[in-house]
Ligand binder design. Structure first.
Ligand code: VG1
Ligand code: CO
Length: 561
């Protein structure tokens, strides 16, 4: 086949954020825009040799523009002498499934087409993310290389190939270039069978079908077909236990983010029908929410629960837990489990890419982020269905041990009794204009500069918090020594409570300010308040110190989780 060097001009702003390049579909539809970024990504696959001779996995979450993007990748990959592309059927792969395939098939990397939980459709978002050979998001050294290339491109290399039929599993050969279309689900389900005691869960669900009900919400994202296969086919649950399970290019017009705000349809049904175990996943399948009719599990608590019960999961029982980790803004609930079990605990910046090195070095098994991300070293992405199955496996296991049905609320009760509770909340102020958002961060930076708040007691008369530490979080990767600076402003108080501010790196419009609050309560009898009530005084302190309301004009956050 012929390869043409197509003349192009540079687009500004093709800098990958927390998790790839995310922009409006209309931005990606500009002439050469998507092609430029794909070329830059392929150039960055290896430090000097580009992508020649490599095997790459390609797939996305089903959102609008996926098909077009896959066809462009095929042609540009061929033009860059890639040896082989492995593509999910219909172009579909959940983010965890893609991570698994990269590892399983020993590919050199993968291109994931997703903007995760951001809405999809012609007027919403698209995204492109590069993952490296360990299956995880590219580290900053690689994303910086991609960005540098986007600023210098003059041409991209396009092979003259027909569109590939993505609808059927099979292999297409074009001279030395191979395109293999693979089933999107099989390998992922096989992996879950290796990690969990699926028959234990199935037997539990069958035996307790009158006392333990399950409802999963696919939010019309990529996980629906995976969940249907696992919950209905493998675990024997009724069809009605899976809702919004059809993947749609616009996610049914919804915002496929599993939290109390955007997964309200699930939340309402769980409460109305007294569902024992409700769960949801986001657009690309890496996030999860766990809820029951009588409790909402915060993601920070969820990872702590999984870690505390890891010995009940076959995968960890065999391999032993090597270490635990969380992103910096995530509550310290997990730290308490690490402490009790004598496990190493790591605190990394926001974004899953920071967990990969620790996992590759055999120092980390289970980790999570407050943003509904939970996972382990079975792959190098967070994994929504994994977390949901981990919970079901733990519940089935304990219920069997005790000969009674143990629910979500029971597990939480016992956990708080034993460890105390880290009250946690996150306030998101979305689509703030960038100038005002930067002013808020400047105010905080000034506080760090002066350090005058240190030692001061902030808050109201009934709740005072003395500032112990005020800084911007810097991270040095313990494995490769790379340094990531300015990962979030921290105000730490002498009772270990924390206020954290950072700007989002995944938005596509304006700026999003995230405010995170974490406060430990050791008295078991005080562990069952509404988090918003328990954290009110600290939230007040955060708003005062940052002057957020005055600087942004926002009286209220857009989303509270
Ligand atoms: C957000 C979350 C972060 C998560 C990232 C990607 O980033 O806060 O914890 O890793 O999204 O998640 P930011 O920079 O907007 O705060 V996903 O499900 O988009 O891959
Ligand atoms: Co996601």
């Amino acid at each position: 086949f012929d390869v043409r060097a197509v003349q192009t001009t540079v687009y500004d702003g093709q800098k990958p954020g927390t998790s790839g390049l995310r922009k409006r579909v209309k931005v990606f539809q500009q002439e050469h825009y998507t092609e430029n970024f794909i070329q830059a990504t392929l150039d960055a696959v290896s430090p000097d040799g580009g992508a020649q001779g490599t095997t790459l996995v390609v797939g996305g979450d089903g959102r609008y523009f996926l098909q077009e993007a896959v066809q462009k990748i095929v042609k540009i990959a061929a033009g860059n002498k890639v040896t082989k592309l492995i593509i999910g059927q219909h172009g579909i792969l959940s983010t965890p499934a893609a991570s698994n395939l990269i590892r399983k098939l020993k590919a050199d990397g993968g291109i994931l087409l997703t903007a995760s939980h951001n809405p999809g459709g012609p007027d919403n978002d698209f995204g492109i993310k590069y993952n490296v050979s360990n299956g995880g998001p590219a580290p900053e050294s690689v994303t910086n290389r991609i960005y540098e290339r986007t600023k210098a491109l003059t041409t991209y290399r396009l092979a003259d190939l027909p569109d590939v039929d993505l609808s059927a599993v099979g292999t297409h050969q074009f001279a030395n270039f191979t395109v293999e279309i693979v089933d999107s689900i099989d390998e992922y389900v096989a992996l879950m069978h290796r990690l969990f005691d699926i028959s234990l869960i199935r037997n539990f669900l069958r035996a307790r079908k009158d006392s333990f009900s399950v409802l999963f919400d696919g939010m019309h994202g990529v996980t629906g077909p995976y969940a249907h296969r696992i919950f209905v086919k493998e675990l024997g649950l009724p069809e009605t236990s899976v809702m919004n399970a059809q993947t749609l290019p616009d996610f049914g017009g919804g915002h496929p983010d599993p939290n109390l705000t955007y997964a309200h349809e699930l939340v309402e049904r769980v409460r109305r029908d007294s569902v024992s175990f409700g769960a949801a996943s986001d657009g690309d399948g890496d996030r999860n929410m766990i809820i029951s009719h009588d409790w909402f599990v915060t993601p920070s608590d969820s990872v702590a629960i999984i870690a505390a019960h890891a010995h009940r999961l076959p995968y960890f029982n065999q391999g032993q837990v090597k270490g635990l980790a969380r992103s910096m803004p995530t509550s310290a609930a997990l730290d308490r489990v690490a402490d009790r079990q004598g496990l190493e605990m790591y605190e990394v910046p926001t974004g899953w890419k920071f967990f990969g090195n620790l996992m590759d070095a055999g120092q980390l098994s289970i980790c999570g982020e407050e943003s509904f991300g939970t996972g382990s070293d079975h792959i190098r992405e967070k994994d929504g269905l994994w977390a949901i199955l981990a919970w079901l496996n733990v519940i089935a296991h304990i219920s069997e041990e005790r000969g009674t049905t143990v629910g979500i609320r029971d597990l939480m009760d016992q956990h708080y009794q034993s460890y105390g509770r880290n009250y946690f909340t996150r306030y998101d102020y979305e689509e703030v204009d960038s100038a005002s958002a930067n002013k808020v961060m400047d105010v905080l930076q000034d506080h760090i500069q002066s350090q005058k708040l240190v030692g001061q007691a902030l808050g109201c008369d009934t709740a005072k918090f003395t500032v112990a530490q005020l800084d911007n979080f810097d991270y040095t990767d313990p494995i490769d020594g790379s340094v990531s600076r300015n990962q979030g402003v921290r105000i730490v108080f002498d009772d270990s409570s924390r206020i954290v501010f950072r700007l989002s790196g995944t938005g596509s419009q304006g700026a999003t300010i995230r405010l995170y609050i974490d406060k430990y309560e050791g008295d078991a009898s005080a562990c069952f308040l509404d988090a918003q009530v328990a954290l009110k005084p600290l939230i007040q302190v955060a708003l005062e110190v940052s002057q957020l309301t005055a600087l942004t004009g926002r009286e209220k956050p857009t989303v509270i989780t």
